[in-house]
Design a protein around this ligand. Structure first.
Ligand code: ADP
Ligand code: ZN
Length: 771
């Protein structure tokens, strides 16, 4: 074992050398990793009685840290090589799993993640294995009895009571192991009677862990019933070309990444389905990653019935259900796993294909340790397991686009909508010249309003996007300029009318609304700025005869609510659907003939190098909801910046040109995908401590960079949102065109970094959030 390393490690450091270990009888040692930010494993000896049980991928309990507290960890290696360091070797106390819960493939993948995302291997394993598996939720240990064969019976046979005889006869008749309780119930006796039979040596007793009903996937949402499978569609020419290329790769196997670039409504799902069916036909399994919001029965109905047994891993599963799925996948009872981010870790036995729908979605990035991107992990998994992977999008991430450009991914292009339907016409409305609607200051300008009236008259449906929730998004004092701010964060509060509260959208802080300014004591607080809640009110006033439904994280908090609204919308019970980005994605409603973007500029000016890309994606995706039926459709985009390339190019559905322009900009500034980026955030509840450590850490990097070429450091500086959740935050970025060099320098510097108490830091590789 190597000396306990100081990388990130604060608490459990114990570097005192100890006497050499006494020789272990078994001669076996186990390397164990823990759910801690440690960069290496600890070695323990395996006592004789555990030799048969120990194994890689099982959890063990070992003494760890000061005082040798019993701690659970994962066994990552078993070896007979005697460790040479002078540290005392302690013994494994218990092996917690009968079977390995992490197989060889997942061991490799998680090891790679620990190295790449610079966190502990044990932390990755802990995050990857669901809690329901770790604590055996949805299972229980049951005691069974079974009849013994004649030759094993005692001689002479002991006498039995009449009740015992009755129980014994029942068991013999069943001729299989029965739970003790079950036998007692069948024989109408107590378990004491059965125990008597065990004692007399007439039956054998044993224990086994079995699943309880809680592990079966729930049917808590009424629409979760397995629908009848949708028919297979005849592929059009574009789909066919994409499918033929994929088919060849699936038939021959081997790592092969594809980027399926198909415009909205080009029928990407049908291509995925063919690929899935073919893989299942080969006796292999498929993982399908989709954004959480797409995990609706509507999407799933398209998968059900066409591709073997399906496991749907949505976020509302209980621990027991999640554990149940994990076990069923691991035992080969599931062919297709559909889920959000974490489904990339499904413990399949013979994975044959990975599909990622909407691969550009930033929800694939996890914003807590391990800060992985599911698409990137999926590509690595496909490479490690030697299988094809299909990433699909109408607006691919620039990372994937650049990879395709380099030839690392094969592009499958579907530039047309199915059935030769045209892309919807998009009209950009310059809000600077739009006359204010009569009398009141509304969010819906006259052009959008009259288009809405016409659509409703024609019995079409409308989707209105406003990517900001709440009622008033800007609460300030007209006399002194004071802005209502969160008590814990440097963020403005949003007024929510239904809740009648001012709310922080980051930390959830709430306070009662007030009219008197806390700064100057004047009764001059103004509630301005537009959120979805206020927009809904405006719609209800302007279109009293129509049904308007709001869809944002405030109205969609309950499981199943999303689905209920979409069902009602499909059934025509809702005329106008208004919401945040939630409504922009994946929805396929043929009767939507008008899409309105109320303010395209929300999010465009954030201090984040991806804000243009995100705005383009959002506009292109929401525009793609219009005109998916025979009646065609229109899109109206209200904006104050009608000449911004994001907006003009999205209005022409011109992804290629947007990508070209944006990549020039990224290259000029050395941003991803041209350079790799690591963001380091230092935070503390004490402002000085955070600032001082950020300077120290950045100083250590600057020093190291003198000896390394090709890595740049930007910062340190205050984060754009300086105080968040009571923490003061500083950040800096390291950028390099070489991922290896970037990682090398991070490892070297962080290995000797001493983090003061009361200060924390995070390393975010390929960061998505820059705020
Ligand atoms: P995308 O994901 O590319 O936006 P979808 O896969 O949702 O598109 O398909 C859009 C619509 O077109 C769906 O209603 C689907 O059933 C339909 N569709 C797909 N392929 C075909 C086809 N070959 N012929 C007719 N309709 C199709
Ligand atoms: Zn807050």
């Amino acid at each position: 074992m190597t000396a306990p390393n100081t990388l990130f490690e604060v608490e459990d450091r114990d570097p005192t050398p100890r006497p050499k270990p006494a020789p272990v009888a078994s001669g076996l040692f186990a390397d164990v990793v823990f759910d801690r930010p440690l960069d290496h494993a600890y070695t323990y000896s395996v006592p004789d009685e555990l030799v048969a049980k120990i194994g890689v991928g099982k959890r063990v309990e070992v003494p760890f840290g000061k005082g040798g507290k019993p701690t659970a960890g994962f066994c990552v290696r078993v070896t007979d090589v005697v460790p040479t360091s002078g540290y005392e070797i302690k013994s494994v106390a218990r092996v917690l799993d009968d079977d390995a819960i992490v197989d060889e493939h997942l061991m490799k993948l998680t090891r790679w993640m620990a190295d790449y995302y610079l966190c502990g291997w044990g932390q990755v394993l802990h995050a990857v294995v669901p809690a329901g598996v770790r604590d055996n939720a949805g299972t229980r240990v049951a005691t069974f009895v079974e009849p013994l064969p004649k030759e094993k019976l005692p001689n002479p046979l002991p006498t039995v009571t009449p009740q015992q005889k009755q129980a014994l006869d029942k068991l013999k008749k069943e001729n299989r192991p029965l739970e003790m309780l079950q036998l007692a119930r069948l024989a109408k006796c107590t378990t004491g009677v059965v125990a008597g039979l065990v004692k007399k040596g007439l039956v054998r007793k044993f224990s086994e862990r079995i699943e309880t009903d809680a592990a079966a996937p729930g049917h808590d949402t009424e629409s979760d019933e397995p629908g009848k499978p949708l028919p297979e569609l005849a592929l059009n020419a574009d789909q066919n070309r994409a499918w033929e290329t994929l088919r060849t790769a699936i038939e021959s196997g081997g790592y092969h990444p594809f980027l399926l670039h198909g415009v909205t409504g080009s029928g990407k799902t049908e291509v995925y389905l063919r690929a899935i069916e073919e893989t299942v036909r080969q006796g292999k399994e498929v993982i399908v990653l989709v954004p959480e919001i797409s995990l609706t029965p509507q999407t799933l109905a398209r998968f059900k019935g066409r591709c073997g047994n399906l496991a749907v891993m949505h976020s509302h599963l209980t621990d027991a259900e999640r554990g149940g799925y994990w076990r069923r996948i691991a035992t080969g009872h599931i062919q297709v796993v559909v889920g959000a981010r974490s489904a990339v870790f499904a413990p399949t036995r013979k994975l044959g294909l990975i599909v990622i729908d909407e691969e550009h979605e930033s929800s694939f990035k996890q914003e807590s340790t391990p800060r992985y991107h599911a698409r990137d992990v999926a590509v690595m998994r496909a490479r490690l397991e030697g299988i094809p992977i299909v990433m699909g999008s109408a607006t691919p991430s620039l990372e994937s686009w650049a990879n395709a450009d380099k030839g690392a991914y094969t592009v499958l292009s579907m530039p047309n909508r199915v059935e030769s339907r045209p892309m919807p016409a998009v009209r950009v409305i310059d809000l600077r010249h739009e006359p204010k609607s009569a009398g009141r200051h509304g969010a819906i300008g006259p052009t959008l309003e009259s288009a809405m009236r016409q659509t409703l008259k024609d019995k079409g449906q409308i989707i209105l996007l406003l990517n900001r929730r709440g009622f008033s998004t800007h609460v300030h004092c007209e006399a002194c300029g004071h802005v209502a701010q969160c008590a814990n964060c440097d963020l403005a509060l949003t007024f929510h009318r239904t809740k009648n509260a001012l709310v922080c959208h980051y930390c959830g802080f709430e306070t009662a609304p007030f009219m008197k300014c806390p700064g100057c004591a004047q009764p001059s607080m103004r509630y301005q700025g537009l959120g979805t809640e206020k927009l809904q009110t405006e719609i209800e006033e302007k279109f009293p005869g129509s049904v308007c439904q709001r869809m944002d994280s405030d109205t969609m908090a309950k499981p199943g609510s999303h689905q209920r609204v979409l069902d009602a919308f499909r059934d025509g019970l809702i005329n106008i659907l208004v919401g945040t980005q939630m409504i922009a994605k994946g929805l396929d409603f043929p009767n939507v003939t008008l899409v309105g973007v109320v303010n395209a500029d929300v999010g465009l000016h954030l201090p984040d190098f991806r804000s243009a890309e995100r705005t383009f994606q959002l506009l292109a995706q929401v525009a793609g909801r219009a005109g998916r039926g025979e009646r065609g459709g229109n899109v109206l985009v209200q904006t104050f910046t009608p000449d911004h390339p994001c907006i003009t190019l999205a209005s022409h559905h011109n992804y290629g040109e947007f990508a070209k322009l944006e990549l020039v900009h990224r290259k000029a500034h050395g941003y991803p995908p041209f350079e790799r980026m690591a963001r380091l955030i230092v935070r503390s509840e004490k402002e000085d401590a955070a600032g001082a450590f950020a300077d120290t850490l950045a100083g250590a990097f600057k020093e190291a960079l003198k000896r390394v070429a090709g890595v740049r450091l930007l910062g340190p500086a205050e984060c754009p949102v300086f105080r968040l959740n009571n923490f003061y935050r500083y950040h800096f970025q390291l950028q390099s065109d070489s991922s290896a060099r970037l990682h090398d320098i991070l490892r070297v510097v962080l290995a000797v970094a001493k983090v003061p108490s009361g200060v924390e830091f995070q390393v975010d590789i390929d960061p998505y959030s820059m705020l």
